[in-house]
Design a protein around this ligand. Structure first.
Ligand SMILES: C[S@@+](CC[C@H](N)C(=O)[O-])C[C@H]1O[C@@H](n2cnc3c(N)ncnc32)[C@H](O)[C@@H]1O
Length: 292
């Protein structure tokens, strides 16, 4: 399943890419946004591509990104961008893009364990094969109460207690090792809700926990702002309400502290046409802040 980049037109427009732009793509993924940005850069343009997943970075680097300017690839977490990004022709940047979550390349890989639709090891680390804990370790080691809190707090899972109880009962006799092991346990207590698979929120919560995604957003935004030139923009694309709420609150806090101006009072959704043609875009929301 090929990754289709989300809201590319809106990102290019609001990032105000010109031939001279200096841009950081903090979530390179399959490189879709970066390739479009790179096409628009001239010889003085600079693009830095970051991903915490060494495999994703290597895949795009191998294919190459065509650009008349300079392209740098950095393996690491965007939270550390202020330390990782080399000072190229001055320190400040015109635009930074964060497209949160995972790419379809990661999702479809059975070794990664992100998808309840693909059987594979319950891993879920974006920095694969980095250090733990993996989703499998969380499922094996957390108490019933901690599991319930995790599903409720990180994914608004209404059936969190019953799911946590079922997991703890099941693991007493059978280890939960694969994605399908976990799906089968969730299915004993949760039924499909409309089109939504019963394990959707459990998988979402585990992915967020394994990759400490929420705390990374908070530190990432604060650190990334330091890299922007006055008038430079940070664009953040989120895919679920908890992520969006955190981005919204953090943007408001940075604005209150006089560091940025909020460009999107309301987040920008994808067009109806994009939602129709790329189902992954349906929950996307784009928020933008500008450095003062
Ligand atoms: C949705 S994909 C990006 C897709 C990309 N914009 C495109 O058009 O192909 C998200 C990517 O961000 C990476 N990622 C997620 N959190 C990260 C973080 N804190 N630091 C660096 N990369 C991160 C993931 O490994 C994944 O490859």
């Amino acid at each position: 399943m090929k990754h289709i980049s989300v809201m590319t037109r809106e990102i290019l427009e609001h990032a105000r890419i010109t031939t001279k732009s200096r841009v950081i793509d903090g979530t390179l993924g399959s490189g879709g946004h970066s390739r479009e940005i790179a096409k628009r850069l001239g010889t003085t343009g600079v693009l830095v591509c970051i991903d915490r997943d060494a495999q994703s970075l290597a895949r795009v680097q191998e294919q190459g990104i065509t650009c008349r300017g300079i392209v740098h690839y950095i393996h690491g977490n965007f939270v550390d961008a202020h330390e990782l990004v080399p000072p190229i022709a001055g320190d400040l940047w015109d635009a930074i893009i964060l497209d949160l979550g995972w790419s379809m390349d990661q999702f479809a890989d059975p070794n990664r364990g992100f998808s309840f639709m693909v059987d594979g090891e319950l891993d879920m680390r974006l920095d694969y094969p980095g250090i733990g804990p993996t989703a499998r370790e969380i499922i094996a080691e957390y108490s019933e109460r901690d599991l319930a809190d995790l599903f409720y707090n990180l994914a608004d899972e209404r059936n969190s207690r019953a799911i946590a109880r079922a997991i703890v009962m099941h693991r007493k006799h059978h280890p939960i090792i694969t994605t399908f092991d976990l799906v089968r346990v969730v299915e004993t207590v949760s039924k499909r809700y409309g089109k939504t698979h019963p394990a959707t929120k459990v998988f979402q919560a585990l992915r967020i926990a394994v990759n400490h995604e929420l705390s990374d957003i908070l530190s990432g935004l604060e650190n990334m702002i330091q890299l922007l030139a006055p008038g430079g923009r940070l664009l953040v694309l989120t895919f679920h309400s908890i992520e969006d709420r955190i981005v919204k609150q953090e943007c408001a806090r940075l604005a209150q502290n006089g560091l940025v101006k909020v460009i999107t009072k309301k987040p920008i959704p994808p067009t109806t046409e994009e939602q129709r043609t790329n189902s992954r875009s349906r929950s996307a929301l784009l928020r933008i802040i500008e450095k003062i």
